[in-house]
Write a protein that binds this ligand. Structure first.
Ligand SMILES: Nc1nc2c(ncn2[C@@H]2O[C@H](COP(=O)(O)OP(=O)(O)OP(=O)(O)O)[C@@H](O)[C@H]2O)c(=O)[nH]1
Length: 452
């Protein structure tokens, strides 16, 4: 960069994390209400089949980006990069970005984006990871959720929230446990996430060396694909043969690159991360794999599937595959003979999530009977509240003008009316998140509360 080029100031980014129901949206709403005159973009990622959170974030002038259908810390990281790139190009520069992660996200890979993605690290600076802790319920999850522990371990700031729900002794025990897990974080006790904003925004707290100490692989990127192979190919059609493997489909992308050097390969990996965040182009057996099609999903219903690969021009190509090719005995063939890649690399795959935690989303038009719903949900959460970690919804209750926002965390729940439905069609959206959820039972139970 020459001396007379202006140095771009980097936009501070706050990552709000914390287990399901800890108070992230409550803090976000506080930030949006109090930060008048500052331009803050909010990026939200939600776990759950039906998006609810965007309906719960207060209406404000801030820009709100939603990223559903996937976890911000893995599959939708390409989406996060795309949104951040778009925001960096605004004429009207932003003062800050706040990212609200899902309650089941590991903040490590989100933080890593600000150190490994080239365009992002130039324009953004990770200011702090702010972790909300539900003083009453976190203890239930610390032992069996890797994500809950990572959220505490990576925190620069811990907002020890919901102190109204526990005794001073219980609070002291939990705080001591948190400090043992993370001695460096600043801890602020709160009710309704009420903390001075200077404790959570622009605190300049993120410490890369501490993060790297805690997670030695912190700067080693995780990818939504497990393997990359570099090939020098002539134009024409090649054959890609696979056998049945551990998955009935396999995603891949073929990215043309200027050469096999480390810089083009690094750029190709970033391109592939973005491509893997896009909806896949589906290919049945015999389909043509085309570099221009981005992410392609090969259907592998039986053994020995054959696909064609169309190479438009001679040159270097990087093939990225969701699984390691060995798992499918995948081979590239030219004129019947196998081609070995000039170079190949097994990549660190995305971390695994606790697959036992799932969500059931429900959506019903019309009105519910408030009494029946209250009785059903009350009984459900009393008896199954250990497994139902989180429940929330926006409801149209018969005889009322305003939307009813229902919020449940384990057995505790409440409902509050907010704004009128106005011209919006009256409907009920609801989501349950937890273990051992019985979709049919939840759906039938909810349906029995609808007004006919
Ligand atoms: N008693 C009590 N309730 C609180 C406090 N802070 C937040 N809540 C309630 O806890 C529920 C969950 O709060 P949210 O802010 O939606 O939590 P969240 O972390 O965004 O939840 P998810 O995004 O679903 O993981 C809501 O009903 C809040 O009103 C608090 O300090 N005390």
């Amino acid at each position: 960069m020459s001396d007379d080029q202006p140095v771009l100031t980097r936009i501070p980014v706050t990552v709000l994390t914390g287990f399901l129901g800890a108070g992230k949206t409550t803090l976000l709403n506080r930030i949006l209400t109090e930060q008048h005159g500052r331009k803050i973009a909010v990026i939200e990622n939600e776990f759950g089949e039906v998006g609810i959170d965007h309906q719960l974030v207060i209406q404000s002038d801030e820009e709100l980006f939603e990223m559903n259908n996937g976890c911000i810390c893995c599959t939708v990281r390409g989406d996060l990069i795309r949104i951040l790139e778009r925001l960096a190009k605004r004429k009207d520069p932003l003062d800050a970005v706040v990212i609200e992660t899902t309650g089941l996200a590991d903040p490590g890979p989100v933080a890593q984006t600000f150190f490994t993605a080239a365009d992002i690290k130039e324009r953004y600076q990770l200011d702090a990871i702010v972790t909300l802790v539900d003083a009453k319920h976190l203890g239930l999850h610390l032992d069996d959720s890797d994500e809950a522990r990572a959220q505490v371990a990576f925190a620069d700031v811990i907002v020890l929230n919901k102190t109204d729900l526990v005794s001073p002794d219980e609070l002291a025990v939990l705080e001591a446990r948190l400090r043992k897990m993370n001695a460096a974080a600043r801890v602020h006790r709160a009710v309704q996430a009420e903390v001075p904003l200077r404790h959570v925004l622009e605190v300049g707290g993120f410490n890369l060396s501490r993060a790297s100490e805690m997670a030695p692989n912190f700067l080693e990127p995780e990818y939504p694909f497990e393997w990359m192979g570099l090939y020098q190919l002539a134009p024409g059609e090649l054959v890609y043969r696979l056998e049945a493997g551990p998955d009935p489909t396999m995603d891949l992308a073929l990215v043309p690159i200027p050469g096999p050097g480390s810089a083009p390969v690094a750029a190709a990996k970033e391109t592939a991360v973005r491509l893997f965040a896009e909806p896949p182009h589906r290919l049945a057996e015999g389909g043509i794999i085309d570099p221009a099609q981005g992410r392609q999903r090969l259907a592998l219903p039986a053994a020995d599937q054959i696909f064609q690969i169309r190479i438009p021009a001679s040159g270097w190509y990087a093939l990225f595959t969701q699984h390691h090719p060995d798992e499918f005995a995948a081979t590239l063939l030219v004129e019947g003979g196998p081609v070995t890649p000039a170079r190949q690399e097994a990549l660190k795959p995305d971390h695994e999530h606790d697959e036992a935690v799932t969500s059931v989303g429900l959506e019903f038009p019309g009105d519910v009977d408030g009494k029946r719903l209250n009785a059903w949900l009350g009984e459900l959460l009393r008896t199954k509240g250990n497994d139902i970690f989180r429940s929330k919804g926006v409801l149209a209750v018969r005889g009322t003008e305003n939307r009813l926002v229902f919020q449940g965390v384990h057995m505790l729940f409440d409902g509050r009316f907010d704004r009128p439905w106005g011209s919006e069609p009256r409907k009920n959206t609801f989501v349950f998140i937890g273990r051992n959820l019985d979709r049919a039972e939840l759906s039938a139970g909810f349906a029995s509360c609808l007004c006919r």
